[in-house]
Structures are given as structure tokens and as C-alpha cells.
Design a protein around this ligand. Structure first.
Ligand SMILES: [Zn+2]
Length: 67
């Protein structure tokens, strides 16, 4: 929680955009918001060119654009 980046902080080059390089994303599955390892980068925070999350069933959706 202490490492939450600002919403408008750009992701570092090569960083996973789904989790902004944090390696974790928020999931509301189950009704309780909690962080889960990012399925797009498998929690590494780095974009995986060979990793296609679309072929899996991601537990979370990409963060929506902030209004
Ligand atoms: Zn990620």
C-alpha cells in the first residue's frame, strides 16, 4: 500500500502497463478488494513479450482509465 504510485505516473519503459510495473493488481473478485499477482507479467512488473494473458483466464481486468 505504501508503494502505490500516483494514478498519473507513467509506467517505466518495459514495465507491465496492467500493473504499472508493480507486479500486483487490485481485484474485486469475491466482493473484497485485494491485491493479486498481475496475470500479465506474472507478478514480475516487467512486460512479458512472449506472455499472452489472453490465452488464460485472468482473475482481474486491466485497470480502467481514470475518469
Ligand atoms: Zn503486470
Amino acid at each position: 500500500m505504501a508503494d502505490d504510485p500516483p494514478q498519473d505516473a507513467p509506467a517505466p519503459p518495459g514495465a507491465c502497463t496492467a500493473c504499472r510495473g508493480t507486479g500486483a493488481v487490485s481485484s474485486n473478485l469475491g466482493g473484497t478488494p485485494h491485491e493479486v499477482p498481475c496475470p500479465w507479467c506474472e507478478g514480475t512488473g516487467t512486460r512479458l513479450p512472449e506472455h499472452d494473458a489472453q490465452t488464460q483466464a485472468p482473475p482481474v481486468e486491466p485497470p480502467p482509465a481514470a475518469a
